[in-house]
Design a protein around this ligand. Structure first.
Ligand code: F0G
Length: 355
């Protein structure tokens, strides 16, 4: 039996990451997340469908992969404070890694548009949380401005070190499956993650660790779909608040990933996204936040539109944990009537439908 203990993505893949030699790793044990088969999706597509469950990372989203890299390098270079704009997950992750490193986290978020769990994370880790009257894109402008004029390190995914960390997810997929999948599907917001996955897949193929590179298909919410329409959304709107972004920073890199892989972008209604979220929880036992279900909703939309995945290997990244946004998850059930019984076996059995 293997006694290997996962050491976090920097130590597991250091030779493959473009970070300064000798950078000490600030890690919370991120990465090494499960790749789980999905029976209902496999049956629906007559394909082999796997979920890369990124909610299993230390702060509950894929952001930890990039954050271990960005914070480690920032601290190595002498940073005493760091800043990010966020729809919630980046800030939760940055706050945790910053305090682990002993530096000050400063978080800029759109006022009133952050899921409660994510806000709680930033606050409890002790971040300086600043709510901005504006959307994520406004916050990113401020974040860049602060880093330009004040001694704070910018750790949004415009910092290329973030992508270095995040690309380890593709390495893990290939290491687990023995080759790259035929298709990789995922949600897109600020477009760092698709860019990072594509970097990783290209690097592994070039190194001979994979015989192919997947087709990248990426999904946005209808109300925030600039990569689909080719136009900035000045007022992005969606219940999937994590991807409520109208002008993604990695726009060009994401377009290149889609074009070079033979992939594309498509959009989904909030209803499609929330239905996929519910079905993932009810059928696979995997509870993700709304935005995280966009890849699954996209897969189902493709099938409905007559796209074939038959006989193919498909990996879908589910990006963040459902517990981050319990309110939106429960909203779609309407009012929940609690079932209350006296403390008697027969009463519980009757309520459970056993008699
Ligand atoms: N899924 C979740 C749960 C996210 O939090 C994000 C982005 C994405 C998908 C999209 O990834 O931006 O790399 O295209 N969240 C950022 C944040 C913007 O601030 O937490 P992307």
């Amino acid at each position: 039996m293997s006694t290997h203990q996962w050491r976090g993505v920097i130590e597991e893949y250091r030779d493959l990451l473009d970070i300064p030699a000798g950078t000490p790793a600030i890690t919370l044990g991120e990465g090494g997340t499960p790749l789980v088969t999905s029976r209902w999706l496999s049956e629906a597509g007559d394909a082999e469908v796997w979920l890369k469950v990124e909610g299993q990372n230390p702060t509950g989203s894929f952001k930890d992969r990039g954050m271990t890299a960005a914070i480690s390098v920032a601290v190595h270079e002498g940073a005493k404070a760091c800043v990010c704009a966020s729809t919630g997950n980046t800030s939760a992750s940055m706050a945790a890694y910053a305090v682990k490193a002993g530096i000050t986290p400063i978080v800029l978020v759109p006022e009133g548009k952050i899921a409660a769990g994510k806000m709680a994370q930033a606050v409890i880790h002790g971040a300086q949380v600043i709510q901005v009257r504006g959307n994520f894109d406004d916050c990113l402008k401020l974040s860049r401005g602060l880093a330009e004029h004040y001694p704070v390190a910018l750790v949004n995914s415009v910092n290329p070190v973030r992508l270095e960390g995040q690309k380890t997810a593709s390495f893990e997929v290939v290491d687990r499956l023995g080759d790259a999948p035929d298709f990789h599907l995922l949600p897109v917001g600020n477009a760092g993650n698709i860019s990072a996955y594509w970097l990783g897949y290209q690097q592994y193929a070039a190194a001979g660790k994979a015989t192919k590179r997947p087709v990248m298909r990426a999904f946005q919410a209808e109300g925030a779909a600039p990569l689909v329409t080719g136009e900035v959304f000045p007022h992005p709107e969606t219940k999937a608040t994590a991807i409520r972004i109208g002008n993604p920073a990695s726009w060009k890199l994401a377009e290149a990933a889609a074009a070079e892989s033979g992939g594309r972008f498509a959009s989904l209604s909030d209803t499609q996204i929330l239905t996929a979220q519910r079905n993932l929880a009810a059928r696979d036992g995997v509870f993700v936040e709304p935005a995280s279900a966009a890849g699954v909703a996209g897969f189902l939309q493709d099938l409905e539109r007559g796209e074939s995945y038959a006989g193919k290997t498909v990996v879908i990244t589910v990006t963040g944990h459902g517990l981050k946004d319990v309110a939106t998850a429960l909203e779609s059930f309407g009012t929940l009537e609690p079932t209350v019984v006296d403390a008697e076996v027969d009463a519980a059995a009757a309520a459970a439908g056993l008699i």
